[in-house]
Design a protein. Structure first.
Length: 447
């Protein structure tokens, strides 16, 4: 079916749309997700208040009513770890504002905003009424913290296994010749100058486990060891990612989303109780949450976190997308430029966002089943995605792709007019050794 065919009309959307007017409507929406073990909640931009607020509201209900054990975000593991310590009543931070100070690099507003702080305030209070084993955690899925992760691994090993720490320093020392710049390391790897690093890091992971087992007679466990192992995995995957940057967008994108999927699965196993994998909520952009096979991304050979979760855990996953028609967004004009508030242009003709806007409701959701029923099978339209970078003047080229929305997501929430997030006061960045500033995310622009 093509756009404009029978059934694909605003009136048809009105018939299947379920309004979101208050708490009761959100309660009913969450009941549709109760069967899922993994709920991935997307957003149409990284700077929109209403979308962040709705995501927080849904997550509170999933935790309080359905026993979800963790929130995993499209953010770096070490930065999120500081927040995790705060919400689980550890560490020295006295407020969400303090805990979020770890998210100091561009784009700080993506997580250092009022909506995330409000959710963390709630989560801290929720956990304060529960024992340590029942507290809900907060984790990062991304892989841009290569050098912070190296420091974290070495810190653990210095205390637990000095011999392993010496070996790790020798192996991770291969980064010294590029001054701590992963991008330069990627260039050298492409020239064959660092080809052995991945084998070295994998060997280090195996030896870390083997040494502990030899001393204690059992495999290591506990949060401290889990964090060390995850940081070590991250170092390996980040090195492969930075090398892949110079092979084209698809290779690096796929490595990144595969790393995020692997991290979700590792978390689910680590937090498992009574023989059951933990239930986890994921916060990420629509471009990661949606199933790439229903988009132009899939046609280009790219995969996504949502696709991988569906393939690995059939029947256990719910993918939620969000759309908006117009309003404002906090964004940057280019990577690593100052954040500004930009007007979001009305959605383009022929887009899903325009179809939802024409339905006339300010805020509603549709299920994939209902959407498929009224628009037909395999219907494609344009679908907008704004990351941290927004370029309205080239919007069709830089922010739209074709997608079969009913296959990309299980449920879609539409907010017709939305507004920019409010940022928290800027925090001074944590001091870092010279040359160890991690490379910011590069592909795709703004996601």
């Amino acid at each position: 079916m093509v756009p404009g065919s029978v059934g694909e009309t605003p009136e048809a959307i009105v018939r299947i749309a379920r309004p979101i007017r208050g708490e009761q409507d959100l309660d009913q929406l969450v009941e549709l997700l109760g069967h899922a073990r993994l709920v991935l909640i997307g957003d149409a931009s990284h700077g929109t208040h209403e979308l962040y607020d709705l995501r927080g509201s849904l997550t509170r209900r999933l935790i309080s009513r359905h026993g979800f054990a963790a929130v995993a975000i499209e953010g770096d593991w070490p930065d999120a770890l500081r927040v995790d310590r705060y919400v689980r009543q550890h560490g020295d931070d006295q407020s969400p504002h303090d805990a979020l100070a770890a998210f100091a690099r561009f784009p700080a507003w993506m997580w250092r905003n009022g909506d995330v702080a409000a959710f963390l305030d709630w989560l801290h209070a929720w956990n304060s009424q529960r024992g340590a084993e029942q507290r809900v955690g907060f984790y990062g899925l991304d892989l841009y913290s290569q050098h912070a992760s190296i420091r974290a691994v070495l810190s653990v090993l210095d205390e637990a296994d000095p011999d392993a720490a010496w070996v790790a320093r020798r192996r991770y020392g291969c980064f010294d010749h590029v001054g701590g710049d992963p991008e330069r390391h990627g260039v050298r790897a492409r020239l064959g100058l660092a080809a052995a690093l991945e084998v070295e890091v994998v060997t280090q992971l195996i030896e870390m486990q083997r040494r502990h087992a030899a001393r204690s007679g059992r495999m290591p466990n506990g949060d401290g060891w889990f964090h060390a192992m995850q940081n070590a995995h991250l170092i390996k995957d980040a090195e492969a990612y930075y090398r892949a940057l110079f092979s084209g967008r698809g290779a690096s994108w796929n490595l990144r989303d595969t790393h995020m999927a692997d991290t979700v699965d590792l978390l689910a196993a680590h937090l498992a109780g009574r023989g059951r994998l933990a239930r986890i909520v994921v916060w990420a952009h629509n471009a990661h949450v949606g199933d790439a096979r229903a988009t132009a991304m899939g046609a280009r050979g790219e995969l996504t976190l949502g696709q991988l979760m569906r393939e690995r855990h059939p029947g256990e996953v719910a993918l939620i997308g969000m759309t908006t028609h117009t309003g404002s967004v906090r964004c940057a004009r280019g990577w690593d430029e100052p954040g500004v508030i930009e007007r979001v242009r009305p959605s383009l003709p022929g887009s899903w966002e325009e179809l939802f806007h024409d339905a006339g409701a300010p805020r509603f959701y549709v299920t994939a089943t209902g959407l498929r029923r009224v628009v037909g099978e395999r219907t494609e339209r344009l679908h907008r995605g704004i990351g941290v970078v927004y370029r309205p003047e080239s919007e069709r080229h830089t922010h739209y792709d074709r997608a079969r929305l009913a296959d990309q997501f299980d449920l879609v929430i539409h907010v017709d007019t939305s507004h920019a997030v409010n940022t928290l006061a800027a925090a001074a960045p944590a001091p870092q050794p010279t040359g160890e500033q991690d490379l910011a995310q590069t592909f795709p622009p703004g996601l």
